[in-house]
Design a protein around this ligand. Structure first.
Ligand code: F3S
Length: 411
């Protein structure tokens, strides 16, 4: 791979041992994928954050970088931690687990990681411009950055994301290159006179991910008024059920004209249709059980925005969560602060639901509580919860989640 003079110096250790280590990791990846050169990045985002996922080896890697004096050379945001960093005792997180998590927190602080502790960094200051190269991991954030913001990043893995933040570069291959950003499968969404609702978008994403795997879909039929949250939740589901890292929506996303239209002419054969039948079937497929008693309701995957927090607060206003049910809402500390000021926190917590920040149901040890049936409004969560939380799953709208929380069951 071609390296600039500066990159050569970084690789041979002239810029310090931590930078050398980062460059060794990045050039190694570049060689594997046949990258011809490196590209500078505007920002990084790392998933070297929840103890539940990265375990002791991850703690050691974070501490090793910190000990070597590593510093992120570009703005580098942090994915959720493995517990609510403020309320973890309330949620009975074991001390030994918390101690390991706090070691990760301290090491990431030393490196200068931006402590947003969220999978929605694009809503919290790590907001790239179209065409900018990034070194991001976190599949839900990657698909949003590529598709909605028109920035360019591969789905990096843990450790490689830290190396990218330290070196301020990534090997230039995959989605960094124009030719790899073209649409590959046309997906026609046609649901007749039905207005697409919030809970339809994760199902659309889930369907697309299952069907296209890692190909680049081009969507038609998404209304102009689609919201940021709907795209966030659709992309997260597509990145979970498949490994979609980029989609185009004609008339909406920034590269759809340039890279989406190409497909319409060249690849007409690869067309998927998503209608009312697919919508119903996909929602069924997202559930491992259909009805019955629910003991855990978990929403906010990806982390709830302030608008989503406002919506659930309005639904919970004046209601009480039934005894025996936990209703947990995951978001960022920043959104919670706004929610406090807007009165949402009081409404939500006085209903018996709870707001957890800087973590989520999948990266914290939710399995320790022994929940049996989880209900969620998240396509990504519905996909992973049976394995990671060891529960049955019911996928539903937030309205249905609140109804079940008050009634105690889903029917
Ligand atoms: Fe975010 Fe956790 Fe879901 S990191 S996308 S809330 S799995």
């Amino acid at each position: 791979m071609y390296l600039s003079k500066q990159e050569e110096r970084m690789l041979v250790g002239e810029c310090g041992e931590s930078v050398q280590l980062a460059m060794e990791i990045l050039t190694g990846i570049g060689d594997i994928y046949g990258a011809e050169e490196m590209t500078k990045i505007a920002s990084a985002h790392t998933v070297m954050t929840p103890y539940r996922d990265i375990m002791d080896a991850g703690v050691e890697i974070c501490e090793r970088f910190a000990k070597l004096g590593a510093k992120y050379s570009v703005p580098t945001t942090l994915d959720p931690a493995g517990m609510d960093l403020q309320r973890w005792r309330e949620f009975e997180i074991p001390e030994t687990y918390a101690e390991k998590q706090m070691r990760i927190v301290r090491a990431q602080e030393k490196l200068g990681g931006i402590p947003v502790w969220t999978c929605t960094p694009y809503l919290h200051g790590n907001t790239p411009l179209p065409g900018q190269h990034l070194g991001w991991s976190e599949s839900s954030a990657v698909v949003f950055a590529n598709s909605v913001m028109g920035a360019r990043t591969n789905r990096l893995t843990a450790v490689v994301d830290m190396a990218a933040g330290i070196a301020g570069r990534v090997p230039k291959f995959g989605l960094h290159l124009d030719e790899n950003r073209r649409g590959e499968v046309l997906v026609k969404i046609e649901v007749g006179s039905r207005t697409l609702m919030d809970s339809d978008y994760p199902a659309i994403g889930y369907f697309i991910g299952k069907q296209v795997s890692d190909k680049i879909p081009v969507l038609t039929g998404i209304p102009q008024g689609v919201s940021t949250d709907q795209l966030k939740n659709m992309g997260a589901a597509a990145a979970a059920s498949g490994s979609v890292a980029l989609y185009h929506i004609l008339g909406i996303t920034p590269e759809a004209e340039e890279h989406g239209r190409v497909l319409r002419k060249e690849n007409r054969k690869e067309t998927l249709e998503f209608g009312l039948r697919e919508l119903t079937e996909t929602k069924e497929e997202m559930c491992t059980t259909r009805a019955g008693k629910v003991d855990f309701i978990a929403v906010g995957c990806p982390h709830y925005s302030i608008k989503e927090l406002g919506k659930v607060a309005a639904l919970l206003k004046g209601k009480k969560i039934r005894r025996g049910i936990e209703f947990w809402i995951y978001t960022t500390r920043h959104v919670k602060t706004l929610g406090d000021r807007m009165g949402y926190f009081d409404i939500i917590e006085s209903s018996g639901a709870r707001i957890l920040t800087e973590t989520c149901m999948l990266v914290s040890p939710t399995d320790i509580y022994g929940f049996e049936t989880m209900m969620t409004d998240s396509g990504k969560c519905a996909h992973y919860a049976p394995t990671l939380c060891k529960t049955e799953v019911i996928y539903a709208s937030i309205e249905e989640c609140v109804e079940a929380a008050v009634r105690g069951f889903m029917h």
